[in-house]
Design a protein around this ligand. Structure first.
Ligand SMILES: Cc1ncc(COP(=O)(O)O)c(C=O)c1O
Length: 392
């Protein structure tokens, strides 16, 4: 089944939809049983898809979990109240005191914070590695390394990783390969085809797609799914059925939305590459992006999120550029229908083992579904404001 069809059909088993197109919003804490026998049966396996108690899920969450498993692959999908909760819980499910994990240096900041501030207290050590290390990761694997964590592309600096190369080496040493697959959104990068064991997403972004829900998912291979599922249950992770309904609705348009995000973002990225103010464009589909060759090899599409680096600028000029934007709003998220812009001047302080060679700020764009010429116009006016300040 092609990805466009999959997002339409995923999770729509009649078990959950009860004869209509969409599953209903089933809100529940308490489940009631007609007999002692029914109650005992429901309790037998506290983590499977039968109604038992609200925290274990309702038909709405079972439908969403199934949908994500069908889209991403793997044996099952655990749900969390945010992408960050999915990352931290997935890691915790597979480490113990005394372990060591390898974390990509371009990881999302809260992922790093979790390693530095929480895992460290649990006696789990972290070594950061260059996102472009590829099979060279072998030199960093220790006797006690249990997880190799990837984020590809990195959501700010956009390096694309050699996922199958890293996975091959990691598996040789019995390490679990975990990927933050938020950018790939499950349909443009198929994690389990490339050796990933646990794929995590901030469904907050493209899965939901409308900037109105916080949600996280972790899908896992047949081998790891029971442990992930049990851990997530024990840790009390559950999600609101209303939010899951919105996420299910988001999934149905995932493919068409991503196509449009992709088309507009590529047009803007190519336009930016010609601008005199731009040092480099970090878009995985352009050869100027580190790891572009892995994007070409492993991905079936891109989306609206990419960055570029300025070749001039100071605080006042960047502020003038940002403050006057009409369509690109300033915001820390991405993956919704709307365009967003973010300037970051301190990439160096966000990493520990890789160099950042650029002097001027990085600007991250999320290209939304507005008319692309309006967006280019907005950026063009932004550059005019930047230049006005600098040329004064
Ligand atoms: C790549 C990536 N992973 C994970 C997250 C965390 O998701 P959430 O904000 O839902 O916790 C984000 C959020 O910005 C992200 O960009």
């Amino acid at each position: 089944m092609k990805k466009e069809t999959k997002v339409i059909e995923a999770g729509r088993s009649s078990k959950w939809t009860n004869g209509v197109v969409n599953p209903s919003v089933q809100r529940a804490s308490t489940v009631v049983f007609d007999s002692v026998k029914d109650m005992k049966n429901a309790a037998v396996n506290k983590t499977n898809q039968t109604l038992f108690y609200g925290r274990r899920g309702t038909t709405t969450s079972f439908a969403f979990s199934d949908a994500m498993t069908e889209i991403e692959g793997g044996a099952g999908c655990a749900l969390y109240p945010s992408g960050t909760a999915a990352i931290t819980n997935a890691i915790i499910s597979f480490v113990k005191t005394g372990d060591h994990i390898l974390m990509v240096d371009s990881a999302y900041e809260p992922t790093r914070d979790f390693c530095d501030k929480i895992l460290s207290k649990m006696g789990v050590t972290t070594t950061y590695y260059d996102p472009l290390i590829g099979k060279g990761i072998e030199a960093l694997i220790q006797e006690n390394t249990s997880i190799v964590f990837l984020e590809s592309p990195g959501s700010i600096t956009m390096e694309v990783q050699d996922v199958p190369g890293i996975a091959e080496v990691a598996h040789k040493h019995n390490c679990i390969v975990m990927l933050d697959n938020t950018w790939g959104a499950g349909i443009n990068f198929r994690p389990f085809d490339y050796g990933v064991d646990v794929s995590v997403q901030a469904a907050t972004k493209y899965i939901v797609g409308h900037s109105d829900v916080m949600l996280g998912t972790a899908t896992a291979t047949e081998k790891l799914w029971p442990q992930l599922r049990e851990n997530s249950y024990i840790m009390g992770q559950c999600t609101s059925p209303d939010d899951l309904y919105l996420a299910l609705r988001g999934i149905r348009t995932l493919s068409v939305r991503l196509n449009q995000h992709q088309q507009s973002a590529l047009k803007i990225a190519n336009w930016l590459a010609q601008r005199p103010e731009v040092e480099t464009v970090l878009h995985p589909a352009l050869p100027s992006c580190p790891g572009h060759e892995y994007f070409e090899r492993d991905f079936s599409g891109s989306n609206g999120l990419f960055s570029f680096v300025l070749n001039r600028g100071n605080q006042a000029a960047i502020t003038a550029l940002l403050d006057g934007m009409k369509h690109f709003k300033m915001g820390y998220s991405w993956g919704g229908f709307e365009s967003l812009i973010l300037a970051i001047s301190s990439i160096k302080s966000m990493r520990t083992v890789t160099d950042w060679k650029y002097e001027y700020p990085l600007i991250r764009l999320h290209v939304g579904l507005e008319n692309v010429d309006d967006l280019i116009n907005d950026l063009e006016n932004g550059f005019a404001r930047l230049n006005d300040v600098l040329d004064k």
